[in-house]
Design a protein around this ligand. Structure first.
Ligand code: FE
Ligand code: FE
Ligand code: ZN
Ligand code: FE
Length: 211
């Protein structure tokens, strides 16, 4: 029953606990499915954090005098089903990594919303210790989200894009720049003609800097 702000806080803590425990089971699979090393690392690191986050919620439940278990977060269930759907797809490693990042960031945003609101309610209710536990996790979720954005920008999306270019040449006229170079080759052999080289430089990072 939801009659008071306290009921809402209690409910939120239980919902978040369910979300985190579901995530504990899913993150190892997601890390295993990731191809990019930095993505794998990020998901594995977040698994460690998630264990702590679940423990913090147990502590918060104890402070509030409620049981942490007993609720199912349906939103996390759905988000993780989408993640599983991506992992089950066939396709290129880089494109699948990019899709995995989308799924993982949706999870983080859900958590950020949940922790953000619950922290406000805990503060209003004078539950300062609970508020500070929630706040600590909120910071980690935001950091995890930003880390994923960084990985998307630095590596994965670049690779997915490059694969795309390799497989179809019809583009907007500057497909020229990509023609000869194999993705994995280091560009140290012969000086390419100046024009071509600077064009490539302006539009894309050199292949050697991509992962
Ligand atoms: Fe979490
Ligand atoms: Fe939920
Ligand atoms: Zn999380
Ligand atoms: Fe998280």
């Amino acid at each position: 029953m939801l009659n008071s702000l306290r009921d809402v806080l209690n409910d939120s803590v239980r919902d978040l606990y369910s979300a985190e425990t579901q995530l504990l089971k899913a993150l190892p699979r997601m890390a295993k499915a990731a191809n990019d090393a930095s993505l794998k690392e990020a998901l594995t690191a977040h698994l460690e954090e998630t264990r702590e986050q679940a423990a913090r919620l147990e502590k918060a439940a104890e402070l509030l005098g409620i049981k942490s278990k007993g609720k199912t977060c349906l939103a996390m269930k759905g988000l993780l089903e989408e993640g599983a759907e991506i992992m089950g797809e066939k396709g290129s490693p880089a494109a699948k990594d990019a899709a995995l990042i989308v799924a993982a960031q949706k999870v983080e945003h859900y958590e950020i919303a949940g922790y953000g609101a619950a922290r406000v309610f805990a503060t209003i209710l004078g539950e300062d210790e609970v508020a500070s536990l929630l706040s600590e996790t909120l910071g980690e979720e935001k950091a995890a989200d930003e880390k994923l954005t960084g990985i998307a920008e630095a590596t994965v999306n670049d690779e997915a894009d490059a694969e795309e270019l390799e497989s179809d040449e019809e583009d907007d006229g500057d497909a020229e720049e990509e023609t000869d170079e194999d993705e994995d080759e280091v560009e140290d052999e012969e000086e390419a003609p100046d024009v071509k080289k600077s064009a490539a430089k302006n539009s894309k990072k050199p292949a050697a800097q991509r992962r």
